[in-house]
Every structure is written in C-alpha cells, then in structure tokens.
Design a binder for this molecule. Structure first.
Ligand code: NAD
Length: 480
C-alpha cells in the first residue's frame, strides 16, 4: 500500500495542508493500492508563491543556464525510466509496450526543448527596434491521466526553456506516477521553487491555479468542458492559455490502399493507449466499393488486439482507467447499437475470462453514418466506427465534419494523392501511412480540440503569425 501525503513545494517534499484522503485504485482488479492526501487551495497558494519567488531570478536566466537545467532534467528522468513505466502500468493500466514509449517520449521532451532553445531566434532587430522573447511568468500545468509522464515533462520542458516557473496539478488518478516523477526530477537539483507540484482535485487545486492572479498562464491537457471553464474563468485575471483537448480523429483509407498494411495501421491508431488517446483514429473512412474486403481484413487483423494484463508484453489493450471510464465506454457501445450501427467485432460487456477490473472489448462498428453519436462524440475507449464514402471529396468532407480537429491520418499507395488529401484536412497534425513521433513538430488542435501548440519551438514561443502557438513567452519590443 502506497501512501502519498506530501506535495513538492519550494524544492522540498512538504506535508499536505489539505486533509481529505482519496483511495488509489488499480484498474486491472479494482483493488485499493494506495492512499493520497489531497492538496487544497492553501497548498496551491504556497506553491504559487514559491514559483513567484523563483521567477524573480529564473525569469532573468540565460539561454545557457536553461539548457543546463534541461540537460539535468533529462538525465534525472532517464535514470528512473523503468520505475516510471512500471508505475504507468500498475496505476493507470497502460500496456507495457506503449507505456515505455510514452515515458521515453516524455523524457525526450527535455532534449527536444534544449535543441529548440539553441535553434530559436530569441532576439530580432531592425532599424532602431529590438524585439526579444520574454518569459510570461508563473505557469500552471494541469494534466490528464492517460499519459501522465509525457504531459508533465512536455509542459515543464517548454516552460523551463522559456524561463518560466511552474506549478503542476496532475490528474488525481496519476498520483503514484507523479510521485515517482517528482522524486526523479528532484535529483536534477533545480533552483528552489522553479518546479512545484500539488496533488489534488480539479475543483480545488486546479480552480485555484486558474483563479489566482499570480499565475500568468495555464497550460492544460484534458476535456473540452474543463478547457472551456479554464478559458472563461482565466479571463478574469487575463490568463494566457494553451488548451490540449479532445478529438474524434478520422483515418481516410484511400482507394489504392494496400489493405494488408493499411488495416493493421488503422487499428493501431484506433486502439492506441487502449483507446484512451486524444489522437486515436476512431473514425475509419473507407471507399464503399471496398467495404466487404475491409470488413474481412479488420476481422482477421483483430486477433492481434489481445486484451488482458497490461504488464504482459504480448497484450495490446489494457483496462480502462476507472469504473467511471468503463461505464462511459459501455454506454457508447449501447448507444451505437441503439442508433443502428452494426457490431463487427466486440460489443457490450467484459471480454472472455476478465471478470475483475475495468476491461472492455475492443469494438468495431460498421454501417455507421457520421451523424451517429458514436461518430460525433469522443468515447475515449477502444471503439472504432467504420464509415463508407463514395468519392474522395466526400471522404474529405466527412473527415472535416466534426467539432474536433486534433489529428488525422491518410492511408494510400500514391503518396502525391495522399498528400493532396492530407492538405485539405482541418487537423493540427496529419500523418500519412502511420503515426510518427517528431518531437519538434507542433501538436495541438483546430476547433474544439484546443488552443495553441506544444512540442519543440512551438511549445516554447508565443508567436501570433503561427496561429497562436502559445506556451510560455511574451514578446517585448524595445525601440531606441
Ligand atoms: P478532465 O478535463 O476531466 O481533467 C483534466 C485535468 O483537469 C485533471 O487534472 C483534473 O483534475 C483537472 N480539472 C478538473 N476540473 C477542473 C477545474 N474546474 N479547474 C481546473 N482543473 C480542473 O480530463 P481527463 O478525464 O483527465 O482526460 C481526458 C480528456 O483529456 C479527453 O477529453 C482527452 O481527449 C483529453 N486529452 C487531450 C490531449 C491532447 O493533447 N489534446 C491529450 C490527452 C488527453
């Protein structure tokens, strides 16, 4: 049983002022594996004050100092990569092969930010004018539960590179993972108060960060509803915001796609992180004339998507994070059936032999139309909707007919054609023939998928011409 009673404030682990205690539940069997003492508004204010004091000095830091801190953070996190992966598997139920990649991606964000920091143009001059990029101040980082190490490292790396100080509010469902990460990052020996973390609920710790006038910016990863409230409530203190929100990402399978490659690739994108991924390709658009072949290819390829113990490297889909998430996914599967979609694979209930824990059946619906609830709303579970189209133009139109615009994929043999289709999709990132991880490429959404961009220089700079890639910088113009 793990007991977490401390926050990380001003460079030290300090006892929580908040006294409320929450159980930490293991999603594979529903057992209580730990207890977290939740922070309150007072803990949050203490952390904000520490970040404010640290900013007085760190806000003046040089590029070399920031690069050195990023190198130290990278080394410190790398030393605990195995522990971070193990914590993600146990507390969140992430399958081990994916959890490792997520952890590595998070650790890699420190190296990527250092590279971007070195390459960025921090000062521009012309005539009598000099413009410098300036740190925005104290940043509140509020994160979701589905890739805890990645979100915290990514946001922290951008902030450190920009010269900002931070208060992290991780998801209350990620306490053990955050504890391991904080212990790791403590070894980087950053200046006191540069990095603080308060474990607690959104409506106390998160709300205080959003409301507090001494926090200059919020960088948030989570749901649209909370994103809206952060934007609205943050306006009272003129907060800058970066919002990384939900998605209902389309995968367009083109006429010339080779099904032997395209179908496994489409399913990997659909069931990524057990379907609990903002970027999951949950709408598969296929040419109507190839539908029968596609159905057969999906049914065959589904054998690879085994469900079970996430610690087993052969397993592809783990449990949902919580009972609430399990019920949410079940309700969407029920809704799909009620609205007339046909279950090709999976369906309601638990998979064979998995009676405990929050396991669901990876499910593929066919005969889906884009106006059905399962095609419009983010389910955040392993549920794929196959939608037929008659022409390339119709495929593009269906893909863009969504309130979201986070991610999209195109699968096809003729790369010029795939690029032409990709260029017409309204999504923050579009991939061709499978997902790639480029830590310098921007990440973020159009429409309800959010505001701003993360990763590399896009996460560091605030630059209006780049469609508001806000993370942590303001620009200051000095005219002689
Ligand atoms: P959530 O919005 O419920 O919670 C996210 C965070 O916000 C948590 O730390 C939570 O405690 C906090 N929070 C809750 N209420 C708050 C309030 N009133 N004020 C401030 N903070 C508050 O989201 P979730 O269930 O943790 O995560 C799932 C969602 O995150 C999905 O919609 C998913 O698409 C999205 N997501 C987006 C990305 C991306 O990069 N775009 C990545 C991962 C997840």
């Amino acid at each position: 049983m793990k007991t977490i009673t401390k926050h990380y404030i001003d460079g030290a682990f300090v006892e929580s002022h908040g006294r409320e205690v929450m159980d930490i539940v293991r999603p594979t069997d529903g057992q209580v594996i730990g207890r977290l003492t939740l922070g309150d508004e007072e803990d949050t204010r203490r952390a904000i004050a520490a970040a404010g004091r640290a900013f007085a000095t760190y806000g003046q830091s040089t590029k070399e100092e920031r690069a050195e801190f990023l190198r130290r953070l990278h080394k410190a996190a790398l030393a605990r990569a195995d522990d971070l992966t193990a914590a993600m598997v146990e507390e969140y139920g992430g399958v081990v092969r994916f959890s490792r990649l997520i952890v590595e991606s998070g650790i890699g964000a420190f190296a990527a930010a250092e590279k971007a920091l070195q390459e960025m143009e921090w000062t521009r001059s012309w005539d009598k004018t000099t413009v410098t990029l300036e740190p925005v101040g104290v940043v509140g980082l509020i994160t979701a539960w589905n890739a805890n190490t990645l979100f915290i490292c990514l946001k922290l790396a951008s902030a450190v590179a920009a010269g900002c100080t931070v208060v992290v509010k991780p998801s209350e469902l990620s306490a053990i993972q955050t504890q391991v990460l904080i212990e790791a990052l403590h070894e980087a020996k950053l200046p006191k108060g540069l990095f603080n973390a308060v474990m607690g609920l959104g409506n106390t710790v998160g709300a205080e960060l959003v409301r507090n006038p001494d926090v200059n910016k919020i960088s948030f990863t989570g749901s649209v509803g909370i994103g809206e409230s952060i934007m609205r409530d943050g306006a009272a203190t003129m907060k800058r915001v970066t919002l990384e929100l939900g998605g209902k990402s389309p995968t367009i399978l083109l006429d010339d796609a080779d099904l032997a490659q395209a179908i496994p690739s489409a399913l990997i994108m659909a069931f990524l992180n057990s379907g609990q991924a903002c970027a999951a390709g949950t709408r598969l658009l296929v040419p109507r004339k190839r539908l029968a072949h596609v159905k057969r290819a999906i049914a065959d390829a589904m054998h690879a998507f085994t469900v079970g113990n996430p610690a087993d490297p052969k397993i592809a889909v783990g449990p949902m994070v919580s009972q609430k998430q399990y019920e949410r996914v079940q309700s969407y599967i029920r809704k799909g059936i009620e609205e007339g979609a046909e279950v090709l694979v999976g369906g309601e209930g638990r998979p064979e032999g998995l009676k405990a824990g929050y396991f669901v059946k990876p499910t593929v619906f066919v005969n889906v139309t884009n106006d059905m609830t399962i095609a419009r709303e983010e389910i955040f579970g392993p549920v794929l909707s196959v939608i037929a189209y008659d022409s390339e133009d119709e495929a593009i139109s269906i893909a863009n007919d969504s309130k979201y615009g986070l991610h999209a994929a195109v699968l096809g043999t003729d790369i010029q054609c795939a690029r032409r289709v990709a260029s017409q999709l309204r999504a923050g990132r579009v991939v061709i023939n499978g997902m790639t991880d480029d830590p310098q490429a921007p990440w973020g959404g159009f429409k309800y998928s959010g505001v701003g961009r993360e990763y590399g220089r896009y996460g560091i700079q605030r630059s209006e011409p780049l469609s508001g890639v806000a993370c942590a910088q303001g620009a200051r113009a000095r005219v002689r």
